[in-house]
Design a protein around this ligand. Structure first.
Ligand SMILES: Nc1nc2c(ncn2[C@@H]2O[C@H](COP(=O)(O)OP(=O)(O)OP(=O)(O)O)[C@@H](O)[C@H]2O)c(=O)[nH]1
Length: 436
């Protein structure tokens, strides 16, 4: 402490400090009285033990001498602020004890109403060194945890909804940058930044599942697409929900990128519904997609045209030119169908040389025109096989489905029409009259 004494010369202390006599005798903690220049006038009994210094050593020295940095330290700043503003100042200051130990003190400097006399300051110290040390450890642990979270392939979040339905992210981990190019701060400012990147359908679904989760307090599980500059990305949302104070609903959850998984699923789905030889839909794909087309047609009061198709004398082609040639003919026929029809018409190979076609807006006259054109195009197509040019023909049975009709039933009618087409000489379309 000698350096403090050298630098902060002891002053002569006025004897009139009676205002604080009673206070200092009985003050339970560490308190000091200082004048407007920061010179220590008195110490409470607790302050001696607290600072490890005798009152006789401190009285007359400057209070800022206790500070870790007496010249630019917090105590000098605190006293100046307190005197300038005439109200208490509070701060954590690293103070030096007599044994040289530096310990954090919670310091409150209060201006004392001095009556006629000069202004004085009451300084109360409370040792918070252990608390500060614990807070530092907690901060380090938190930083470590956040760094770990940032390395995980996803983002942790807490979403809250007020009883009035206002949504806001209380927390989003750093992984959100990688997921969608937004910062946690942007999302905390407004969740709209994320929602605006979702297609309308996904956003509507998200609103529904979120509301259901809030009402039933059931887990929130939702997959959504995001439209990002680099393309479409799938996000999986999984969260647990609970009710907080004042009717607030809170979701703690996890966001993760499942684009790859979704792409694999879609590839698998395509494999399951695709005919390997021709690349057309298979029977399963025809029924799965057909139901969707029927639902659409029912909503829009459209008729649906369905045709069953069968290549003529295909066994003879196989027997004469071999099974491989038959496969090429099937592939060639599939190509012709695709070329003749629109992308949203369904074409399927149901098995062997049997095919089915569904025209979404099945106006009867138009359907007849389409199928006649297809039949002609198949017959005109030249198939070059081993130096020979072959022709194949196809027979078609046509039927129309009413909006609320059944797919199996209409396929049965189309099949019976196909049977008639074969019996009437093949290479023809048979079905109900185009004029209805
Ligand atoms: N190359 C090839 N042939 C197939 C395939 N699937 C079924 N077939 C053959 O298709 C032929 C179907 O013959 P049929 O049902 O007798 O009919 P068709 O000879 O076309 O006679 P119609 O239909 O009455 O004109 C059989 O020889 C099957 O072996 C296939 O994937 N590839």
């Amino acid at each position: 402490m000698t350096w403090i004494r050298d630098r902060w010369r002891r002053r002569r202390v006025p004897r009139d400090v009676s205002l604080s006599d009673a206070l200092f005798e009985h003050f339970p903690g560490a308190a000091l009285l200082a004048d407007a220049d920061g010179v220590v006038l008195r110490l409470s009994p607790g302050a001696e033990a607290h600072l490890g210094q005798a009152a006789s050593d401190l009285v007359g020295t400057r209070l800022s001498g206790l500070d870790e940095d007496p010249l630019r330290g917090e105590l000098a700043r605190g006293m100046a602020a307190c005197l300038a503003q005439g109200r208490p100042w509070r701060g954590a200051v690293r103070c030096r004890r007599a044994d040289g130990d530096l310990r954090y003190q919670d310091v409150v400097i209060r201006p004392l109403a001095g009556g006629e006399g000069p202004p004085r300051l009451l300084v109360v110290l409370h040792d918070v060194d252990d608390l500060v040390a614990r807070a530092r450890v907690d901060r380090e642990r938190l930083a470590d945890l956040e760094a770990g979270l940032a390395r995980l392939p996803g983002a942790l979040f807490r979403l809250r909804q007020t009883p009035r339905g206002e949504l806001g992210f209380e927390y989003v981990s750093d992984g959100i940058r990688e997921l969608c190019g937004l910062t946690p701060e942007t999302l905390q400012a407004s969740p709209e930044a994320l929602f605006a990147r979702m297609p309308d359908a996904d956003r509507r679904a998200l609103t529904t599942t979120l509301a259901r989760s809030a009402v039933g307090l059931t887990p929130w599980e939702q997959d959504v697409r995001l439209t990002l500059p680099q393309g479409e990305r799938w996000l999986e949302i999984r969260a647990r929900v609970r009710r907080g104070r004042q009717g607030v609903t809170l979701w703690d959850g996890w966001l993760q990128d499942i684009t790859q998984r979704k792409e694999e699923e879609s590839r698998t789905r395509a494999l399951v519904t695709t005919d390997m030889l021709t690349g057309l839909l298979n029977r399963r794909g025809f029924f799965a997609n057909g139901r969707a087309v029927l639902a659409y047609a029912a909503r829009h009061h459209q008729r649906v045209a369905v045709a069953m198709l069968d290549l003529d004398h295909f066994k003879a082609l196989n027997d004469t030119h071999g099974h491989a040639a038959g496969d090429i003919a099937l592939q060639c026929f599939a190509r012709t169908c695709r070329d003749c029809l629109r992308p949203y018409d369904l074409i399927a190979r149901l098995g062997g040389e049997e095919f089915a076609i569904m025209l979404a807006d099945g106006d009867p006259e138009e359907a007849w025109r389409v199928f006649e054109r297809l039949r002609r195009r198949v017959a005109e197509t030249e198939l070059a096989l081993g130096g020979e040019t072959l022709h194949i023909t196809v027979s078609l049975g046509l039927a129309f489905l009413e909006p609320d009709g059944d797919l199996n039933e209409v396929l049965g009618r189309a099949d019976r029409a196909l049977y008639r087409a074969k019996h009437e000489g093949r290479n023809r379309v048979v079905g109900p009259s185009p004029v209805v």
